[in-house]
Design a protein around this ligand. Structure first.
Ligand code: URP
Ligand code: ZN
Ligand code: ZN
Ligand code: ZN
Length: 491
Protein backbone atom coordinates (compact mmCIF):
# COMPACT_ATOMS: atom_id res chain seq x y z
CA UNK A 1 0.00 0.00 0.00
CA UNK A 2 0.99 3.61 -0.56
CA UNK A 3 -0.70 5.07 2.51
CA UNK A 4 -2.11 4.02 5.86
CA UNK A 5 -5.26 6.10 5.60
CA UNK A 6 -7.01 8.11 2.90
CA UNK A 7 -9.86 10.54 3.49
CA UNK A 8 -11.87 11.34 0.35
CA UNK A 9 -14.90 13.46 -0.61
CA UNK A 10 -14.47 15.92 2.21
CA UNK A 11 -14.59 19.70 2.30
CA UNK A 12 -11.27 20.49 3.93
CA UNK A 13 -11.24 23.55 6.18
CA UNK A 14 -8.10 25.05 7.66
CA UNK A 15 -7.52 28.50 9.13
CA UNK A 16 -6.65 29.81 5.65
CA UNK A 17 -8.49 27.64 3.09
CA UNK A 18 -11.67 25.80 2.33
CA UNK A 19 -11.71 23.41 -0.62
CA UNK A 20 -12.67 19.94 -1.83
CA UNK A 21 -9.46 18.06 -1.11
CA UNK A 22 -8.46 14.49 -0.38
CA UNK A 23 -5.95 13.64 2.33
CA UNK A 24 -3.43 10.81 2.53
CA UNK A 25 -1.85 9.81 5.81
CA UNK A 26 1.35 7.87 6.19
CA UNK A 27 2.42 6.81 9.65
CA UNK A 28 1.59 9.62 12.02
CA UNK A 29 1.67 12.50 9.51
CA UNK A 30 -0.23 14.20 6.71
CA UNK A 31 1.58 12.90 3.62
CA UNK A 32 -0.51 14.43 0.80
CA UNK A 33 -3.35 16.84 0.48
CA UNK A 34 -4.58 17.08 -3.11
CA UNK A 35 -7.61 18.12 -5.19
CA UNK A 36 -10.60 15.79 -4.93
CA UNK A 37 -10.24 12.62 -6.99
CA UNK A 38 -6.47 12.67 -7.34
CA UNK A 39 -5.94 9.81 -4.89
CA UNK A 40 -8.26 7.42 -6.71
CA UNK A 41 -5.45 5.13 -7.81
CA UNK A 42 -3.58 5.23 -4.53
CA UNK A 43 -3.65 2.14 -2.34
CA UNK A 44 -4.39 2.57 1.35
CA UNK A 45 -4.93 0.27 4.30
CA UNK A 46 -8.12 2.20 5.12
CA UNK A 47 -10.26 4.73 3.27
CA UNK A 48 -12.82 7.01 4.88
CA UNK A 49 -15.50 8.57 2.68
CA UNK A 50 -16.33 11.93 4.25
CA UNK A 51 -19.46 12.13 2.07
CA UNK A 52 -19.19 15.89 1.72
CA UNK A 53 -18.64 16.57 5.45
CA UNK A 54 -16.13 19.10 6.71
CA UNK A 55 -12.63 17.82 7.41
CA UNK A 56 -10.68 19.93 9.86
CA UNK A 57 -7.52 19.74 11.96
CA UNK A 58 -8.13 18.15 15.36
CA UNK A 59 -9.10 20.52 18.15
CA UNK A 60 -6.43 22.10 20.33
CA UNK A 61 -7.75 23.03 23.77
CA UNK A 62 -5.23 25.29 25.48
CA UNK A 63 -7.05 25.82 28.78
CA UNK A 64 -7.73 22.66 30.76
CA UNK A 65 -7.58 21.92 34.50
CA UNK A 66 -7.05 18.27 35.46
CA UNK A 67 -6.14 16.70 38.77
CA UNK A 68 -5.57 20.03 40.50
CA UNK A 69 -5.65 20.52 44.26
CA UNK A 70 -8.17 22.95 45.82
CA UNK A 71 -7.18 26.37 44.44
CA UNK A 72 -10.42 27.98 43.27
CA UNK A 73 -12.54 27.47 46.39
CA UNK A 74 -13.10 24.16 48.16
CA UNK A 75 -12.64 20.96 46.21
CA UNK A 76 -10.16 19.28 43.88
CA UNK A 77 -10.92 18.99 40.17
CA UNK A 78 -12.99 15.92 39.34
CA UNK A 79 -11.31 14.68 36.15
CA UNK A 80 -7.89 13.14 36.17
CA UNK A 81 -5.62 12.91 33.12
CA UNK A 82 -7.29 9.73 31.98
CA UNK A 83 -10.93 10.82 32.22
CA UNK A 84 -10.28 14.39 31.07
CA UNK A 85 -8.38 13.33 27.96
CA UNK A 86 -10.97 10.62 27.26
CA UNK A 87 -13.70 13.26 27.32
CA UNK A 88 -11.59 15.47 25.05
CA UNK A 89 -11.07 12.89 22.33
CA UNK A 90 -14.74 11.92 22.25
CA UNK A 91 -15.50 15.55 21.36
CA UNK A 92 -12.80 15.95 18.69
CA UNK A 93 -10.00 17.52 20.72
CA UNK A 94 -6.68 15.85 19.95
CA UNK A 95 -4.25 18.09 21.86
CA UNK A 96 -4.68 19.74 25.24
CA UNK A 97 -2.54 22.06 27.29
CA UNK A 98 -3.30 21.62 30.99
CA UNK A 99 -1.93 23.40 34.05
CA UNK A 100 0.95 22.31 36.23
CA UNK A 101 -0.03 24.16 39.42
CA UNK A 102 2.64 25.54 41.72
CA UNK A 103 1.26 26.46 45.14
CA UNK A 104 2.18 29.63 47.01
CA UNK A 105 3.91 27.48 49.61
CA UNK A 106 6.23 25.95 47.02
CA UNK A 107 9.49 27.46 45.90
CA UNK A 108 10.23 25.60 42.68
CA UNK A 109 8.50 25.16 39.34
CA UNK A 110 10.54 22.22 38.13
CA UNK A 111 9.24 19.93 40.87
CA UNK A 112 5.73 20.99 39.90
CA UNK A 113 6.43 20.19 36.27
CA UNK A 114 7.86 16.78 37.08
CA UNK A 115 4.95 15.94 39.40
CA UNK A 116 2.50 16.86 36.65
CA UNK A 117 4.38 14.72 34.13
CA UNK A 118 3.93 11.82 36.52
CA UNK A 119 0.15 12.36 36.60
CA UNK A 120 -0.16 12.38 32.80
CA UNK A 121 2.34 9.72 31.83
CA UNK A 122 0.87 6.62 30.19
CA UNK A 123 -2.77 7.53 30.86
CA UNK A 124 -3.71 10.15 28.26
CA UNK A 125 -5.90 9.50 25.23
CA UNK A 126 -4.66 12.65 23.44
CA UNK A 127 -1.41 14.57 23.05
CA UNK A 128 -0.67 17.08 25.77
CA UNK A 129 1.56 19.74 27.19
CA UNK A 130 1.51 21.92 30.30
CA UNK A 131 1.39 25.60 31.16
CA UNK A 132 3.19 26.29 34.44
CA UNK A 133 0.81 27.95 36.86
CA UNK A 134 3.05 30.28 38.86
CA UNK A 135 1.70 30.64 42.40
CA UNK A 136 5.00 31.83 43.87
CA UNK A 137 7.44 33.71 41.64
CA UNK A 138 10.32 33.21 44.04
CA UNK A 139 13.87 33.94 42.93
CA UNK A 140 14.35 30.25 42.45
CA UNK A 141 11.16 29.86 40.42
CA UNK A 142 12.12 32.77 38.15
CA UNK A 143 15.57 31.30 37.64
CA UNK A 144 13.93 28.10 36.41
CA UNK A 145 12.16 29.67 33.40
CA UNK A 146 15.19 28.90 31.23
CA UNK A 147 15.05 25.21 32.13
CA UNK A 148 11.31 25.18 31.49
CA UNK A 149 12.01 26.26 27.92
CA UNK A 150 14.59 23.52 27.56
CA UNK A 151 11.97 21.05 28.74
CA UNK A 152 9.52 22.23 26.06
CA UNK A 153 7.35 24.56 28.15
CA UNK A 154 6.79 28.00 26.60
CA UNK A 155 3.86 29.43 28.55
CA UNK A 156 2.71 30.08 32.07
CA UNK A 157 -0.36 31.41 33.85
CA UNK A 158 -0.63 33.93 36.65
CA UNK A 159 -3.60 35.13 38.68
CA UNK A 160 -4.73 38.58 39.77
CA UNK A 161 -7.36 36.97 42.05
CA UNK A 162 -7.93 33.92 44.33
CA UNK A 163 -6.31 34.02 47.73
CA UNK A 164 -4.33 30.87 46.98
CA UNK A 165 -2.77 32.28 43.82
CA UNK A 166 -3.07 36.06 43.54
CA UNK A 167 0.11 37.93 42.65
CA UNK A 168 0.60 41.62 43.31
CA UNK A 169 1.71 43.93 40.52
CA UNK A 170 5.40 43.81 41.47
CA UNK A 171 5.34 40.04 41.27
CA UNK A 172 3.61 40.25 37.90
CA UNK A 173 6.42 42.50 36.64
CA UNK A 174 8.98 39.99 37.93
CA UNK A 175 7.27 37.25 35.95
CA UNK A 176 6.88 39.34 32.78
CA UNK A 177 10.52 40.42 32.82
CA UNK A 178 11.79 36.87 33.03
CA UNK A 179 9.16 35.64 30.57
CA UNK A 180 10.38 38.26 28.11
CA UNK A 181 13.96 37.02 28.40
CA UNK A 182 12.96 33.42 27.81
CA UNK A 183 10.32 34.02 25.12
CA UNK A 184 7.57 32.65 27.30
CA UNK A 185 3.92 33.63 26.78
CA UNK A 186 2.25 34.71 30.02
CA UNK A 187 -1.46 33.98 30.46
CA UNK A 188 -3.21 36.30 32.87
CA UNK A 189 -6.39 35.66 34.86
CA UNK A 190 -7.51 39.26 34.97
CA UNK A 191 -9.96 39.91 37.79
CA UNK A 192 -9.33 42.24 40.72
CA UNK A 193 -9.25 39.86 43.70
CA UNK A 194 -9.65 42.59 46.32
CA UNK A 195 -12.83 43.89 44.69
CA UNK A 196 -14.23 40.35 44.61
CA UNK A 197 -13.34 39.69 48.26
CA UNK A 198 -14.89 43.01 49.30
CA UNK A 199 -18.11 42.33 47.38
CA UNK A 200 -18.27 38.81 48.80
CA UNK A 201 -18.00 40.18 52.35
CA UNK A 202 -20.80 42.67 51.66
CA UNK A 203 -23.06 39.91 50.36
CA UNK A 204 -22.26 37.61 53.28
CA UNK A 205 -23.15 40.36 55.77
CA UNK A 206 -26.56 40.62 54.17
CA UNK A 207 -26.94 36.81 54.18
CA UNK A 208 -27.05 36.71 50.40
CA UNK A 209 -25.66 33.20 50.05
CA UNK A 210 -27.38 31.76 46.96
CA UNK A 211 -25.33 30.69 43.91
CA UNK A 212 -26.64 33.64 41.88
CA UNK A 213 -24.71 36.01 44.15
CA UNK A 214 -21.50 34.56 42.79
CA UNK A 215 -22.29 36.75 39.77
CA UNK A 216 -22.89 39.82 41.94
CA UNK A 217 -19.60 39.25 43.74
CA UNK A 218 -17.67 39.37 40.45
CA UNK A 219 -18.76 42.65 38.86
CA UNK A 220 -17.69 43.37 35.28
CA UNK A 221 -15.66 46.28 36.67
CA UNK A 222 -13.35 43.84 38.50
CA UNK A 223 -12.54 42.17 35.18
CA UNK A 224 -12.33 45.38 33.16
CA UNK A 225 -9.95 47.06 35.62
CA UNK A 226 -7.66 44.05 35.91
CA UNK A 227 -7.63 43.56 32.14
CA UNK A 228 -6.57 47.14 31.54
CA UNK A 229 -3.96 46.88 34.32
CA UNK A 230 -2.55 43.69 32.79
CA UNK A 231 -2.34 45.41 29.39
CA UNK A 232 -0.47 48.36 30.98
CA UNK A 233 2.00 46.03 32.72
CA UNK A 234 2.54 44.10 29.48
CA UNK A 235 3.12 47.26 27.43
CA UNK A 236 5.53 48.60 30.05
CA UNK A 237 7.55 45.36 29.91
CA UNK A 238 7.17 45.09 26.11
CA UNK A 239 6.20 41.47 26.35
CA UNK A 240 3.15 39.58 25.05
CA UNK A 241 0.37 38.36 27.29
CA UNK A 242 -2.79 36.38 26.73
CA UNK A 243 -5.81 37.40 28.79
CA UNK A 244 -7.66 34.18 29.58
CA UNK A 245 -11.43 33.58 29.69
CA UNK A 246 -12.63 37.08 28.82
CA UNK A 247 -16.33 37.53 29.56
CA UNK A 248 -16.99 41.26 29.66
CA UNK A 249 -17.52 43.46 26.59
CA UNK A 250 -15.76 46.38 28.33
CA UNK A 251 -12.67 44.22 28.92
CA UNK A 252 -12.79 43.08 25.29
CA UNK A 253 -12.88 46.74 24.21
CA UNK A 254 -9.65 47.46 26.14
CA UNK A 255 -8.05 44.44 24.47
CA UNK A 256 -9.17 45.54 21.02
CA UNK A 257 -7.84 49.05 21.46
CA UNK A 258 -4.47 47.69 22.65
CA UNK A 259 -4.36 45.41 19.60
CA UNK A 260 -5.23 48.35 17.36
CA UNK A 261 -2.18 50.14 18.77
CA UNK A 262 -0.06 47.20 17.65
CA UNK A 263 0.56 45.67 21.07
CA UNK A 264 1.01 41.89 21.31
CA UNK A 265 -2.06 41.46 23.51
CA UNK A 266 -3.85 38.17 22.92
CA UNK A 267 -7.16 37.07 24.35
CA UNK A 268 -9.19 33.95 24.96
CA UNK A 269 -12.85 33.36 25.48
CA UNK A 270 -14.81 30.19 26.27
CA UNK A 271 -18.20 28.64 25.42
CA UNK A 272 -19.48 29.67 28.88
CA UNK A 273 -19.44 33.28 27.73
CA UNK A 274 -21.09 32.50 24.40
CA UNK A 275 -23.91 30.38 25.79
CA UNK A 276 -24.55 31.16 29.47
CA UNK A 277 -25.90 34.24 31.23
CA UNK A 278 -26.84 35.35 34.73
CA UNK A 279 -30.13 33.43 34.37
CA UNK A 280 -28.17 30.18 34.44
CA UNK A 281 -26.81 31.09 37.89
CA UNK A 282 -30.33 31.86 39.15
CA UNK A 283 -31.98 28.45 39.19
CA UNK A 284 -34.16 26.62 41.73
CA UNK A 285 -32.41 25.28 44.82
CA UNK A 286 -28.67 25.02 44.47
CA UNK A 287 -28.70 24.20 40.74
CA UNK A 288 -27.08 27.54 39.87
CA UNK A 289 -23.85 26.09 41.34
CA UNK A 290 -23.44 24.19 38.06
CA UNK A 291 -22.67 27.43 36.26
CA UNK A 292 -20.37 29.00 38.85
CA UNK A 293 -17.14 29.92 37.12
CA UNK A 294 -14.89 32.97 37.17
CA UNK A 295 -15.49 35.32 35.54
CA UNK A 296 -19.18 34.44 35.86
CA UNK A 297 -21.72 34.22 33.05
CA UNK A 298 -22.69 37.84 32.41
CA UNK A 299 -25.86 39.91 32.38
CA UNK A 300 -27.67 39.13 29.15
CA UNK A 301 -27.62 37.70 25.68
CA UNK A 302 -26.39 41.05 24.42
CA UNK A 303 -23.13 40.34 26.31
CA UNK A 304 -22.89 36.92 24.63
CA UNK A 305 -23.48 38.58 21.26
CA UNK A 306 -20.57 40.92 21.92
CA UNK A 307 -18.31 37.98 22.74
CA UNK A 308 -19.35 36.20 19.51
CA UNK A 309 -18.56 39.42 17.67
CA UNK A 310 -15.13 39.54 19.33
CA UNK A 311 -14.43 36.06 17.97
CA UNK A 312 -15.52 37.09 14.49
CA UNK A 313 -13.47 40.32 14.44
CA UNK A 314 -10.25 38.83 15.82
CA UNK A 315 -10.25 40.38 19.30
CA UNK A 316 -10.19 36.83 20.63
CA UNK A 317 -7.23 34.85 19.44
CA UNK A 318 -8.46 31.53 20.80
CA UNK A 319 -11.57 29.74 22.08
CA UNK A 320 -10.75 27.30 24.89
CA UNK A 321 -12.97 25.27 27.17
CA UNK A 322 -11.53 26.27 30.57
CA UNK A 323 -12.57 22.74 31.51
CA UNK A 324 -12.35 22.95 35.30
CA UNK A 325 -14.57 20.13 36.51
CA UNK A 326 -16.14 19.77 39.94
CA UNK A 327 -18.94 17.42 40.89
CA UNK A 328 -22.31 18.93 41.66
CA UNK A 329 -22.72 16.27 44.29
CA UNK A 330 -19.69 17.66 46.10
CA UNK A 331 -21.02 21.19 45.94
CA UNK A 332 -24.53 20.34 47.08
CA UNK A 333 -23.98 17.72 49.71
CA UNK A 334 -20.60 18.80 50.88
CA UNK A 335 -19.73 15.16 51.45
CA UNK A 336 -16.32 15.22 49.90
CA UNK A 337 -14.73 18.55 49.54
CA UNK A 338 -16.70 21.68 48.97
CA UNK A 339 -18.28 22.19 52.38
CA UNK A 340 -17.61 21.01 55.90
CA UNK A 341 -19.06 21.85 59.30
CA UNK A 342 -17.20 25.11 59.28
CA UNK A 343 -18.45 25.82 55.79
CA UNK A 344 -22.19 25.41 55.86
CA UNK A 345 -24.15 24.16 52.92
CA UNK A 346 -24.99 26.55 50.24
CA UNK A 347 -22.80 29.63 50.51
CA UNK A 348 -21.81 30.64 47.01
CA UNK A 349 -18.38 31.58 48.24
CA UNK A 350 -17.48 27.95 48.93
CA UNK A 351 -18.57 26.65 45.53
CA UNK A 352 -15.40 25.74 43.66
CA UNK A 353 -15.15 27.87 40.52
CA UNK A 354 -15.19 26.16 37.17
CA UNK A 355 -17.31 24.25 34.65
CA UNK A 356 -16.66 21.11 32.62
CA UNK A 357 -16.67 21.55 28.82
CA UNK A 358 -13.71 19.88 27.13
CA UNK A 359 -16.00 17.54 25.17
CA UNK A 360 -18.66 20.04 24.10
CA UNK A 361 -16.47 23.02 23.05
CA UNK A 362 -16.20 22.20 19.35
CA UNK A 363 -19.65 20.77 18.66
CA UNK A 364 -21.60 23.46 20.51
CA UNK A 365 -19.72 26.26 18.81
CA UNK A 366 -19.72 24.80 15.29
CA UNK A 367 -23.40 23.82 15.59
CA UNK A 368 -24.42 27.43 16.19
CA UNK A 369 -23.33 28.26 12.66
CA UNK A 370 -22.39 31.78 13.73
CA UNK A 371 -18.69 31.75 12.90
CA UNK A 372 -17.08 31.62 9.49
CA UNK A 373 -15.65 28.09 9.15
CA UNK A 374 -12.04 29.20 8.70
CA UNK A 375 -12.42 31.42 11.75
CA UNK A 376 -13.76 28.44 13.69
CA UNK A 377 -10.66 26.41 12.82
CA UNK A 378 -8.44 29.39 13.58
CA UNK A 379 -9.71 29.98 17.12
CA UNK A 380 -10.20 26.34 18.13
CA UNK A 381 -7.15 24.76 16.54
CA UNK A 382 -4.64 26.80 14.50
CA UNK A 383 -4.23 29.81 16.76
CA UNK A 384 -3.86 27.91 20.03
CA UNK A 385 -1.15 25.89 18.24
CA UNK A 386 0.60 29.03 16.97
CA UNK A 387 0.33 30.95 20.22
CA UNK A 388 1.69 28.11 22.32
CA UNK A 389 4.44 26.86 20.03
CA UNK A 390 2.79 23.73 18.63
CA UNK A 391 2.46 24.94 15.02
CA UNK A 392 2.72 23.47 12.37
CA UNK A 393 2.83 20.07 14.00
CA UNK A 394 -0.59 20.73 15.55
CA UNK A 395 -3.51 22.89 14.40
CA UNK A 396 -2.89 22.56 10.65
CA UNK A 397 -3.02 20.05 7.79
CA UNK A 398 0.31 20.68 6.12
CA UNK A 399 1.98 17.99 4.02
CA UNK A 400 5.03 16.55 5.69
CA UNK A 401 4.75 18.90 8.66
CA UNK A 402 1.48 18.35 10.48
CA UNK A 403 0.53 15.34 12.56
CA UNK A 404 -2.46 13.52 11.09
CA UNK A 405 -4.85 14.91 13.71
CA UNK A 406 -8.17 15.24 11.90
CA UNK A 407 -11.87 15.71 12.60
CA UNK A 408 -14.40 14.55 10.03
CA UNK A 409 -17.80 16.10 10.70
CA UNK A 410 -21.22 14.91 9.60
CA UNK A 411 -22.25 16.01 6.12
CA UNK A 412 -25.18 18.47 6.03
CA UNK A 413 -28.44 16.77 7.00
CA UNK A 414 -26.80 13.47 7.92
CA UNK A 415 -26.74 13.79 11.71
CA UNK A 416 -29.96 13.50 13.65
CA UNK A 417 -30.07 16.53 15.96
CA UNK A 418 -30.24 15.62 19.62
CA UNK A 419 -30.52 17.13 23.04
CA UNK A 420 -27.33 17.03 25.07
CA UNK A 421 -27.52 15.00 28.27
CA UNK A 422 -24.67 14.36 30.66
CA UNK A 423 -24.74 10.59 30.20
CA UNK A 424 -23.56 11.06 26.60
CA UNK A 425 -20.34 12.63 27.83
CA UNK A 426 -17.15 10.86 28.84
CA UNK A 427 -15.88 13.05 31.65
CA UNK A 428 -16.03 12.07 35.33
CA UNK A 429 -18.46 14.83 36.26
CA UNK A 430 -22.13 14.44 37.21
CA UNK A 431 -23.45 17.31 35.09
CA UNK A 432 -22.78 19.60 32.16
CA UNK A 433 -23.77 23.28 32.25
CA UNK A 434 -24.86 22.79 28.63
CA UNK A 435 -27.36 19.95 29.22
CA UNK A 436 -30.60 20.50 27.35
CA UNK A 437 -29.03 22.31 24.41
CA UNK A 438 -29.62 21.03 20.89
CA UNK A 439 -26.57 19.53 19.20
CA UNK A 440 -26.53 19.86 15.43
CA UNK A 441 -23.00 18.59 14.90
CA UNK A 442 -20.56 16.12 16.44
CA UNK A 443 -17.33 14.66 15.08
CA UNK A 444 -18.13 11.53 13.10
CA UNK A 445 -14.51 10.41 13.07
CA UNK A 446 -11.45 11.70 14.87
CA UNK A 447 -7.91 10.77 13.90
CA UNK A 448 -4.89 11.30 16.15
CA UNK A 449 -1.41 10.79 14.69
CA UNK A 450 -2.86 8.56 12.00
CA UNK A 451 -5.00 6.37 14.26
CA UNK A 452 -8.79 6.49 14.22
CA UNK A 453 -9.49 7.20 17.86
CA UNK A 454 -13.21 8.06 17.60
CA UNK A 455 -15.80 6.56 15.27
CA UNK A 456 -19.18 7.75 16.45
CA UNK A 457 -21.18 5.03 14.76
CA UNK A 458 -18.82 2.09 15.04
CA UNK A 459 -17.62 1.71 18.56
CA UNK A 460 -17.34 5.34 19.65
CA UNK A 461 -14.08 5.65 21.54
CA UNK A 462 -11.45 3.54 19.76
CA UNK A 463 -8.36 5.32 21.05
CA UNK A 464 -6.21 3.72 23.69
CA UNK A 465 -5.31 5.05 27.09
CA UNK A 466 -1.65 5.99 27.00
CA UNK A 467 -1.50 6.66 23.24
CA UNK A 468 -1.38 10.41 23.97
CA UNK A 469 2.14 11.80 24.17
CA UNK A 470 3.77 14.81 25.77
CA UNK A 471 4.58 17.34 23.03
CA UNK A 472 7.52 19.67 23.51
CA UNK A 473 6.70 23.22 22.54
CA UNK A 474 8.66 26.10 21.01
CA UNK A 475 8.14 29.83 21.50
CA UNK A 476 4.95 31.36 20.14
CA UNK A 477 4.89 31.93 16.39
CA UNK A 478 2.53 34.91 16.76
CA UNK A 479 3.97 38.43 17.07
CA UNK A 480 6.21 38.90 20.12
CA UNK A 481 7.72 41.97 21.80
CA UNK A 482 7.75 45.11 19.67
CA UNK A 483 11.47 45.58 20.20
CA UNK A 484 13.26 42.38 19.36
CA UNK A 485 16.40 41.16 21.11
CA UNK A 486 18.17 42.81 24.02
CA UNK A 487 16.00 45.02 26.13
CA UNK A 488 16.46 46.98 29.33
CA UNK A 489 13.99 47.90 32.02
CA UNK A 490 13.12 51.56 31.33
CA UNK A 491 15.04 53.20 34.22
O1 URP B 1 -13.90 29.41 37.14
C1 URP B 1 -12.86 29.08 36.61
N1 URP B 1 -12.46 29.66 35.51
N2 URP B 1 -12.14 28.12 37.16
C2 URP B 1 -10.93 27.68 36.70
C3 URP B 1 -9.82 28.43 37.25
C4 URP B 1 -9.39 29.51 36.36
O2 URP B 1 -9.20 30.59 36.86
O3 URP B 1 -9.21 29.30 35.17
ZN1 ZN C 1 13.14 18.28 34.29
ZN1 ZN D 1 -8.45 31.69 35.33
ZN1 ZN E 1 -9.11 28.03 33.96
Amino acid sequence: TDYDLIIVNGVVVTDTDIAELDIAVKGEQIAKIVPKGQLKDAKAARTIDAEGGYVMPGGVDAHVHLQEPPLFGKGSTADNYETGSRSAVCGGTTTMVTFAPQKKSEDTLLDTLHATHAKAKDVCYIDYSFHLLVGNPSERALSEFKTLREEGISSLKIYMTYEALQLHDGQILDVLLEARKQQITTMVHAENGQVIDWMTAQLEKKKMFAPKYHGTSHPPMAETEATYRAICLSEFMDTPILIVHVSTPAAAAHIKSAQDRGLPIYAETCPQYLFLTKKDLDQPGFEGAKCVCSPPPRESEADCDDIWEGLANGTFTILSSDHCPFRYDDAEMGKKSSVSEQYPLGHFKYIPNGCPGIETRLSLTLGEDRLDLKKFVEVTSANPAKLYGLWPRKGGLIEGQSDADINIWYPPGKMQEYILTNDMLHHDVDYSPFEGRTLKQWPRYTVLRGQIVWDKENGGLLGKKGYGQFVKRDASSLAGPRKAGEWEIPL
